[in-house]
Design a protein around this ligand. Structure first.
Ligand code: ZN
Length: 227
């Protein structure tokens, strides 16, 4: 059987074991729990929540491996910036490695002998810079609308979630991958994480707040996850 805990699907096997065992499996990052038959689903949910940091780390590692294999950042590859598609063209760098856009082409200037990992790093630095500018624009907008303010925010390259919020410290993290998505996705994630500063879970109050501020949020969420 499966249960969903904070948006994470967890496979549960109840069998003759002494303790609760937790595993994150390759290649899909499936989370599997084996537990003694007498243990309740509530207990398992609490257990999974207490291990969420570790689970996300393991899933990031597994899913990252799967993604790195098929991206080379070479001429002809498609890359995305805020929902727009660009064709990549690599050029020898005269100075620092960088990305510039002209029309539908993204020019990736790289040093001689650069590896796919070097090129990815250059593209990610470019994404980070541009995403930062957009967060500086949209975060204050939604802080003003909701009256909710994070203590700080940071961009982080994550493979399994669009954003996270530490409800104790009040800090929010936004996924670097949002640079690939239309602006409305960034706005949705900002609103989602700001709302968590007031409502920790995704229960009725959370959904009500989201519906109030962004009636079309469910459609945005679905669209960004199928992409
Ligand atoms: Zn959430």
């Amino acid at each position: 059987m499966y249960i969903v805990i904070d948006g994470l699907k967890v496979e549960i096997q109840k069998k003759k074991v002494k303790n609760i065992n937790l595993a994150v499996l390759s290649p899909e990052g499936t989370v599997r729990i084996s537990a003694p038959k007498r243990v309740s689903d509530e207990y398992i949910s609490d257990f999974v929540r207490s291990k969420m940091g570790w689970i996300q780390k393991q899933r990031d590692k597994i899913l990252k491996k799967a993604i790195i294999v098929n991206r080379e950042y070479v001429t002809g590859e498609k890359i995305y910036l805020f929902g727009e598609e660009y064709t990549l063209q690599t050029l020898p760098a005269t100075g620092k490695a960088r990305v510039t856009i002209n029309g539908n082409t993204a020019y990736l200037e790289t040093k001689n002998g650069s590896t796919a990992a070097d090129r990815e790093k250059t593209v990610n630095e470019w994404y980070r810079q541009l995403l930062k500018e957009q967060i500086r624009k949209y975060l204050p907008k939604w802080e003003k609308i909701t009256g909710l303010h994070p203590t700080e925010w940071q961009i982080k390259n994550m493979k399994t979630r669009w954003g996270t919020c530490n409800t104790v410290s009040g800090k929010i993290w936004l996924n670097l991958q949002l640079a690939k998505k239309p602006f409305v996705c960034l706005e949705y994630v900002i609103l989602h994480e700001l709302t968590h500063l007031r409502i920790r879970n995704h229960g009725k109050d959370f959904i009500e707040a989201m519906n109030h501020y962004m009636p079309e949020w469910q459609a945005i969420k679905e669209k960004m996850n199928e992409f």
